[in-house]
Design a protein around this ligand. Structure first.
Ligand SMILES: C[S@@+](CC[C@H](N)C(=O)[O-])C[C@H]1O[C@@H](n2cnc3c(N)ncnc32)[C@H](O)[C@@H]1O
Length: 312
């Protein structure tokens, strides 16, 4: 299906009114790009995942919506423009008011990232293969088929590949593993393929839970891996030999008491998603919570830590 992406540059005060006009014209959702929100989020310090630059031009808000390309589109565009031009009647400044319209294919949004995702060897044995690509395994390869869809975790991100390497060094046949923040399920599937006999994967995001279930089925490890929607280790019962979490530093620090409680004696916690600048914070918190830090590895500005729970 063809869609029209309609975007408008407007002012802060007109944001809600413009979004309402889009809704009235049948758009099921709008994308609001507000540089002030980006700057506020940046300053909050809760985003470890990217070095987002400070937005310098904060006055202009861009709002985008998608409408089907059909015989009503021209009328809808005309109505949109008319209503934007009448915003001053409600004492609202429309700002620049520049409207752009471009055609996009639905498949473009859903699959454009696929061209960047190819089979990749992430550890000595594990190769991540997109479900739509061919790969001829060599002896000793453990091939994981993956279609991450909208969930995080293709194996190409340093935080994920470091976790997989640490899992490969840690997991022993028969281990129980908890994967907190499973995303695409990539670490849970890796753990199962490396010999774990019970894996509990958890994610807060229902989309991730659905995608992880699909990838688990794809790799025939449903008998070993179960996925639940949940907040970190809340409500998780039993103990694991290995807990892995590729989330941000602050969340890792927050979950440490639960991690320690849910690990067997001499169990292992693999923590990733930590920017190098936060290594000392996480290390200190680990020690405060009774862990022994075995090693920290760094790649591309990211750190993964392997820590032992010791015996209690
Ligand atoms: C960086 S992704 C990691 C995905 C995958 N494990 C990997 O290593 O590629 C972090 C995941 O943690 C999930 N997450 C964030 N906060 C969470 C929470 N409080 N409880 C459970 N999952 C959470 C996100 O939805 C996301 O899927």
């Amino acid at each position: 299906m063809k869609w029209a992406e309609i975007s408008i540059q407007t002012s802060h005060e007109a944001t809600e009114a413009v979004a309402n006009i889009f809704h009235d014209l049948g758009a099921s959702g709008v994308v609001i790009e507000d540089p002030e929100l980006v700057n506020a989020y940046r300053r909050s310090g809760s985003w470890d995942y990217c070095d987002i630059p400070e937005e310098l031009e904060t006055e202009v808000v861009t709002i985008k919506a998608y409408l089907p390309v059909d015989d009503q589109l021209d009328d809808k565009l005309r109505i949109f423009e008319e209503r934007v031009n009448r915003l001053h009647e409600h004492n609202l400044d429309k700002g620049r008011g520049c409207i752009n319209c471009r055609e996009v294919q639905e498949e473009d949004w859903a699959s454009s990232w696929k061209e960047y995702f190819h089979p990749v060897r992430v550890s000595e044995h594990i190769v991540i293969k997109p479900s739509w690509e061919e790969y001829l395994p060599v002896e000793g390869d453990i091939v994981i088929e993956l279609d991450p869809g909208m969930a995080f975790g293709t194996g190409t991100h340093h935080t994920t590949s470091m976790c997989i390497r640490c899992l490969e060094d840690t997991i022993k046949t028969g281990n129980i593993v908890f994967d907190v923040g499973t995303g695409s399920g990539i670490l849970a599937v890796s753990a199962a393929k490396l010999g774990a006999t019970q894996v509990h994967a958890i994610d807060l995001d229902p989309v991730a839970v659905r995608v992880a279930k699909e990838n688990i089925a794809f790799n025939n490890v449903e008998a070993v891996v179960g996925v639940t929607q949940g907040d970190l280790l809340t409500g998780v019962e039993g103990k694991a030999d290995v807990i892995v979490a590729n989330i941000i530093a602050d969340i890792i620090i927050k979950m440490l008491p639960d991690v320690r409680m849910r690990l067997v004696d001499n169990g292992t916690f693999i923590a990733s998603g930590i920017i190098a600048e936060r290594l000392s914070d996480v290390t200190e918190a680990l020690i405060e919570n009774g862990f022994v830090v075995d090693k920290a590895i760094e790649e591309g500005g990211w750190v993964a830590i392997v820590a032992g729970s010791g015996s209690r």
